[in-house]
Design a protein around this ligand. Structure first.
Ligand SMILES: [Mg+2]
Length: 184
C-alpha cells in the first residue's frame, strides 16, 4: 500500500478525532479523501506536525492524532525526546514511513535504509512504540486510541504518490474551523 491507500483505510477512524496532518501530499490526500473541520492541514513548517499535535494534546483532553512522515520526523528529530518527556495520553503520533520524501519526488530517506524510527523513538524514551505494516494500521491505530496511552506508531508502507490538486482553502479558515472543533 502507498500512503494515500493507508489514509483512505484509516479515514473512518480519523474523522472522530482532532488530526494534525503533515505538510504536502499527506494533507492534500487527507483533504481529498475525507475533509473534516477537525483536520488541521499544514501548509508550511515541514517537520512540525508532531510538535503542534503534542501541544494541542497537552492543552486539552480530546484525542489528537498527528500524521507525520518519515522525512518530516528526520527533519525534526528533536520532536521525539520532547514527546517522550511530555507525556499526553490523548496523543498519538502516526508516522507514515514510506522510506521517501514523497512530496518532493520520492527521494529515499534514511528511514528506508539503516535508521529505524521506532528504535529511535524508543531510545528517546517513548514508552508505547509500535511498528506495523500498512494493512494493519487501522487496527493498531484504533487500539492506540482505546488504550488511552500516548503512542507512537510507525507504519511501514510503499513509496508512491497519486496526482491530486493542492489545498486552496485559506489557512485562516483551516485554523478557525479546527479551533472550533477543539472547543466543541
Ligand atoms: Mg515519507
Amino acid at each position: 500500500m502507498i500512503r494515500s491507500e493507508v489514509l483512505r483505510e484509516i479515514a473512518p477512524i480519523l474523522r472522530d478525532h482532532l488530526v494534525v496532518c503533515n505538510i504536502g501530499l499527506p494533507s492534500q490526500e487527507l483533504h481529498m479523501i475525507d475533509d473534516q473541520p477537525s483536520n488541521f492541514y499544514m501548509l508550511g513548517t515541514m517537520g512540525l506536525s508532531s510538535s503542534i499535535g503534542l501541544g494541542v494534546a497537552l492543552a486539552q483532553d480530546k484525542t489528537v492524532i498527528s500524521i507525520d512522515g518519515d522525512g518530516s520526523v528526520l527533519t525534526n528529530f528533536g520532536t521525539l525526546p520532547t514527546i517522550a518527556n511530555n507525556v499526553a495520553d490523548n496523543f498519538i503520533l502516526l508516522i507514515v514511513d514510506n522510506g521517501s520524501y514523497g512530496s518532493t519526488g520520492d527521494q529515499p530517506t534514511y528511514a528506508g535504509k539503516k535508521t529505524s524510527l521506532a528504535a529511535v523513538a524508543k531510545a528517546c524514551g517513548c514508552e508505547n512504540v509500535i511498528e506495523c505494516q500498512d494493512k494493519d494500521t487501522g487496527g493498531v491505530l484504533q487500539q492506540a486510541i482505546d488504550s488511552k496511552k500516548m503512542t507512537v506508531i510507525v507504519c511501514k508502507c510503499d513509496s508512491g504518490n497519486i496526482k491530486l490538486p493542492v489545498i486552496t482553502m485559506d489557512p485562516v479558515v483551516i485554523r478557525d474551523r479546527f479551533m472550533k472543533s477543539v472547543q466543541a
